[in-house]
Design a protein around this ligand. Sequence first.
Ligand code: HEC
Ligand code: HEC
Length: 282
Amino acid sequence: MGVLAIGNVYILQLESSTPYSLVLMTIPKHAIMTCLSVFTMLMAAGVSAQDNQVSKAKPSLVEFDKALKLTPNLENGKKLYRLCVTCHGPEGWGDDNGSYPQIAGQLTGVTIKQLADIRAGNRDNPIMKAFSSRRTLGGPQEIADVAGYIASLPMTDYNGQGSRRYLDMGEEIYSRDCADCHGVDGEGDVKKHVPRIQSQHYSYLERQYQWIRNGRRQNANKEMVEQIQGYTLKDERAVLSYTASLVPPEEDVADPDWRNPDFPNHKRGWRPDPTNHDRSRK
Ligand code: HEC
Ligand code: HEC
C-alpha cells in the first residue's frame, strides 16, 4: 500500500488489480495524525488485498437479513463504536467539510444495510470497508449492536450547509422528487431502509449524490438514479442545500456543546460552531 500526498488530498494505492485501487480522500490537517494511526490499525488488523477479494465474492446479504432481525445490545455497541470514533467522532457528528458523514441518529436498519453493502464492496470506500469487515467488527449481532448504538446518539443540526440562495427552489424540487421516499423532513423510512438525510453535511450529500448519479455507488436505489438524471447543476445544488437545511425533531438533537459521556477523553476533531448557524433564506 502506498500513500501519495498532494496538499490536503491523499491518494492511497491499495492494490493495482481491483477497481478500488485509487482512493481520493480530502483529509483535514488536524486529522493527519489520526490517519497515520488508522493506517497502523489497518496494518495491525491484517487488512490485505486478499480480504477484499474474499468479501467481494460473498456479499453479506444473508448477514444483513440476520442483523435486521436481532435486538441490538447497546452496551456492546458502545464498545464496538470505539472502532469508529477516530473518523466519525465520539458524537457521531462527522465533519462539516464532508469527509465523514454525520451518522448519529441514523435509522438502525439503514446503518445495518450500509455496513453490509460496504462490506460486500457495493460502496467504494476501502477504508470503511476494512473497519466493517467481519474480522474487525464481527458478525450480524455486532453489526446490529453498533448500528443500534449509533441510532441512539443525538444529532447535531449545526451541520455543514450549502448555498442559502436557492432554498426556495430546493424546497420545490425536494417536495416533488425526494419527499416520497426520504420523508417530508428528510427523516427517512424505517421499513424501506431509506436513509435519514436531514442535517447531513452538505459536502457529504453532494459527494454521495454524485456517486449515486454516476453509478460509483453501486448500492443506489434505481428509481432515485433515474429521478435525478435530468437535473441541472443548479437543481442539484438547490435540492441538496435544502436537504442539508432540514432539521430533525428537537428531541433528537443535542446542544452544540454536548459531548458524548461514553468517550470523555477522546480528542475531538470538528465541533459545531455556534457563531456560524445562519438559517435565513437569502
Ligand atoms: C478510517 C476512518 C473511518 C472509520 C474508522 C470508520 N468510518 Fe465509517 N465512514 C468513513 C468514511 C470516509 C465514510 C464515507 C464513505 C463514502 O464517502 O462513501 C464512512 C461512511 C460510513 C457509513 C455510511 C453513512 C451514510 O450516511 O451513508 C456508515 C454507516 C459508517 N461509516 C459506519 C461506521 C462504523 C459503524 C464504524 C466503526 C465500526 C466506522 N464507520 C468506522 C470513515 C470511517
Ligand atoms: C424511490 C425512492 C427514492 C427517491 C425518489 C430518492 N431517494 Fe435518495 N435514496 C433512496 C434510497 C433507498 C437510498 C439508500 C440507497 C442505499 O442503500 O445505498 C437513498 C440514498 C440517498 C442519499 C445518500 C444518503 C447517505 O446517507 O449516504 C442521498 C444524499 C439521497 N438519497 C438524496 C436524495 C435526494 C436529494 C432525492 C431527490 C432529488 C432523492 N434522494 C430521491 C431512495 C430514494
